[in-house]
Design a protein around this ligand. Structure first.
Ligand SMILES: NC(=O)c1ccc[n+]([C@@H]2O[C@H](COP(=O)([O-])OP(=O)(O)OC[C@H]3O[C@@H](n4cnc5c(N)ncnc54)[C@H](OP(=O)(O)O)[C@@H]3O)[C@@H](O)[C@H]2O)c1
Length: 285
């Protein structure tokens, strides 16, 4: 979306794309007291894009050490997608109950479904036939979002609707799948090519106005949270690295592409098979 000029937070062309990265520290500011050291492997999410580069200059407060038991490609599948899923689940503020994850076979959705299950929530997912099997690994039931009856099926299965939903489509109808006292967390607002910025701006405004509606709504934007809540973001990413390292969470399979083949990598990311994540590398593959 950003590369084709369709992303609200990066509307003007002439920027370096990419939010998240894994790398090695080459230099630290004089007098740095972060506890990090030169040569250390770290990861992070930028509040504004710029990660798709061989050298980046980043505040130490944005960096999280990568544990030795994670290889760099696997670690690189984690930051933006998994932190988005974790913050979206946090925004639901649920200690128990049922949750709907839209696109549960997608990059963010698969993390969200796993994190929901790890918190003892019952996760229902939506997916098309292409990602149904992958979504099914992490959810209790999967519904085809193109089936016009999918919301009715969820209402039947949950007797009146789920307690919370994580949605990236911006669809109003998803509200019908959630019980009146529940909550919808929006991570994106859909939009056809060329309509992304207007859909996001309109969706953000509508969702904010529905904060106290029934069900209520929240918007989860990780770039904004990274910019404003660094300690919380670092803690979240540290926890996610630990959970993947100890096998509690299953990462996608990295598909490693050289940075110098950027157009091919973009195409690969667009066509990624369910459970596969395109990773750019500056090293020879
Ligand atoms: N808020 C944030 O900070 C933040 C951070 C990262 C990403 N995002 C946003 O989150 C969204 C998902 O990102 P991603 O990287 O997970 O993308 P992704 O890997 O392409 O996954 C998207 C998923 O959505 C599913 N899908 C497509 N049309 C759908 C529909 N009409 N209803 C329900 N599900 C549908 C797809 O299922 P099928 O494959 O079965 O068609 C796919 O599994 C994007 O819009 C992205 O911009 C937001």
């Amino acid at each position: 979306m950003a590369v084709r000029g369709d992303y609200l937070l990066q509307p003007v062309r002439g920027f370096v794309p990419g939010y998240d990265f894994v790398g090695v520290i080459e230099r630290l500011p004089a007098g740095d007291r972060s506890g990090l050291h030169v040569g250390q492997r770290v990861a992070g999410i930028l509040p504004r894009m710029g990660a798709h580069a061989s050298l980046i200059s980043v505040a130490p407060s944005l960096l999280v050490p990568v544990p030795d038991l994670l290889d760099s490609a696997t670690a690189a599948t984690i930051p933006l997608d998994a932190v988005t899923a974790l913050f979206a689940i946090d925004a639901l503020a649920m200690a128990s109950g049922t949750i709907l994850v839209q696109g549960a076979g997608g990059a963010v959705g698969a993390w969200a479904a796993q994190l929901a299950a790890a918190r003892g929530l019952t996760a229902y997912g939506t997916a098309s036939p292409r990602s149904h099997a992958y979504a099914e690994r992490f959810t209790d039931s999967v519904y085809d979002y193109d089936d016009p009856t999918w919301i009715d099926q969820i209402l039947d299965a949950t007797t009146g609707g789920v307690d919370g939903a994580i949605d990236h489509t911006g669809s109003r109808s998803v509200r019908r799948a959630v019980r009146a006292g529940g909550r919808v967390v929006r991570t994106a607002f859909g939009g056809a090519p060329g309509q992304g910025r207007i859909s996001t701006a309109a969706g953000f405004a509508a969702s904010t106005l529905r904060r106290y509606a029934r069900p209520g709504e929240r918007v989860c934007s990780v770039p904004i949270l990274v910019a404003t809540q660094r300690a919380r973001y670092r803690q979240a990413l540290t926890e996610l690295f630990t959970a993947v390292g100890n096998g509690t969470l299953v990462p996608p399979r990295p598909r490693i592409m050289p940075l110098v083949q950027y157009p091919d990598a973009l195409a690969s990311a667009t066509r990624a098979a369910p459970g596969e994540k395109t990773i750019l590398t500056t090293q020879e593959t």
